[in-house]
Design a binder for this molecule. Sequence first.
Ligand SMILES: Cc1cc2nc3c(=O)[nH]c(=O)nc-3n(C[C@H](O)[C@H](O)[C@H](O)COP(=O)(O)OP(=O)(O)OC[C@H]3O[C@@H](n4cnc5c(N)ncnc54)[C@H](O)[C@@H]3O)c2cc1C
Length: 557
Amino acid sequence: MKTEKVETDVLILGGGIAGLTAAIHAAELGAKVVVADKCNTLHSGSGRAGNDDMAAYIPEIHGTLDQYIENYGKGQAGATSRTTPRAVAVTHYTRALEVAQLWDAWGIPMKYKGRWECCGHRFPGLPGPHIKYAGAKQKQVLTEQSLKRGAEIINRVMGLDLLGDAKGVTGAVGVDTRQDRIVEFAAKAVILATGGIGPRMYLGATPALMGNDTSPFTLTGDGRAAAYRLGAELYQMETGGLPTLPQLKNYLRAGKGSWVGVFRYPDGRPVGPYVTKPDHRFGDIISEVGSGELFDPATGKGPIWMDCRGITDDDLEYMEWFLFNEGNKGDLDHMREEGIDFRKHQILFWPTPTRSRGKIWQNEKAETSIKGLYCAGDESHGGIGGAAVFGWVSGEEATKYAKKAKLPSPDKERDKAKIAHWKSSIEAIQTRQYGPNWEDANVALQHTMNDFAGLTRTEPILETGLAHVRRLRKKVDTIMRAVNRWELTRCLETINLYDLAELVILAALERKESRVGTQKRLDYEYTNPLLGGKVLVVKKVADKPVLEWREIQQTIK
Ligand SMILES: Cc1cc2nc3c(=O)[nH]c(=O)nc-3n(C[C@H](O)[C@H](O)[C@H](O)COP(=O)(O)OP(=O)(O)OC[C@H]3O[C@@H](n4cnc5c(N)ncnc54)[C@H](O)[C@@H]3O)c2cc1C
């Protein structure tokens, strides 16, 4: 296997919204920057086909910062700030406008008809917390801006593991997803920006089509898995995705802030109290307030239809423009081909399948618990605003750090051993004559997680799931096989998913309470008020996961 060595000041794993924004800032501050992305930054990650709104605080529109945070927190998107240290959330909200202005200047249209437009995700009577923008071309613009400033982008290289130890990061090891090549990175600082965990830990809404989902199925928590293995602190691992946001049935695309209509039950009743007719200012925020119980075939509730009938021509144009910018062009084209007319037909929506969340513990400077290791975006506090702001912040902080640091020597024994481990794993996966492929291994994990670590949990069920995941984890290491590089990449991602799944179950066992948006424990049905304001942190100590409750406001010094 060919080995290539790359040296840099700042290494960024993941060229999504956060990674590219970090690259731009670090490069313009004079750092030598390398971005490694396992796909191609022109069309990778959750922002691949566009996004259409960015959470940002604008005093003239939102009043005081406290009012903004309170109002935003009433909806689900803003509720995530309850599990984010306030300093982190405040950095995002107060600096997003600054980054939005830069994006606008670079060619991502952040204004609508010349003004900051704060609509969607909005309760009637309250200002919208997001700026509406036209993000269809954002990945191309951010890639161009990175290259223009001299950042080097290495596409089709997947970051496998970080080098160094829990005291400090020294680089990373990656594998080429197209050729037989290992890349050893030596870096003064590393920014993890590999995004969130997409649909592959739990079963998707159309399980036979794993890729039919809002998020790309290449997002497998690689950054946080590598961070954990190096000794970084993760938290909120037990948190499941909220099964509450209805999505377009069968298409499963995004746009909950883009639809302009009313969610209705089949008998015509609106699902929520907020709107009774389509209005572009609000959409229907019931999708972000209600819970999965609004629609549950098991209890006979639902189905839910999105009803845009009665929409004005202007609002229809507005909705289609933002749906397009949210990456829904394929669906809009398809509906047109099928003769589906928003003015006449209602559209069936469906609850989002369970997701695994979890975050890397970071502070407002994007520092993690490991020296020289930064993170940005859906690795921790994401959404477009979080990704853009912490991309910017991490680029700056990593550059400052790198300017004072020496290039670490990459050939320490422990790094060599790690690289050798990955080389032999890859070789084994590629040369095995028999064995399950990545899909078998991945589907086994999805079923295990759905059956034993869904959002309704008990200790015996979780314990059984944990034993299952551990047994399967050992097995996948020794029996998975791949017949080409594409399958090899999926195998390596599946290994990360198994590592993270174990942490999800361990944390779920430790949280002996039920909490809205986190989990329902049938053996601990109450919400423990003493755990309010606390989060569950996990890190590897002496090769074992150690869990600890921590005040959410505690920060990394
Ligand atoms: C369809 C859709 C619409 C959305 N709309 C909105 C919206 O309007 N507003 C909003 O606030 N949020 C929205 N979101 C969420 C938003 O897109 C994400 O929060 C944001 O993109 C996160 O940015 P990121 O850089 O952290 O991750 P991503 O943009 O997902 O980028 C991660 C990058 O890391 C790369 N990568 C992953 N693993 C590795 C590895 N091992 N090695 C190297 N590279 C790796 C990926 O290829 C990808 O390029 C939407 C999400 C989806 C899926």
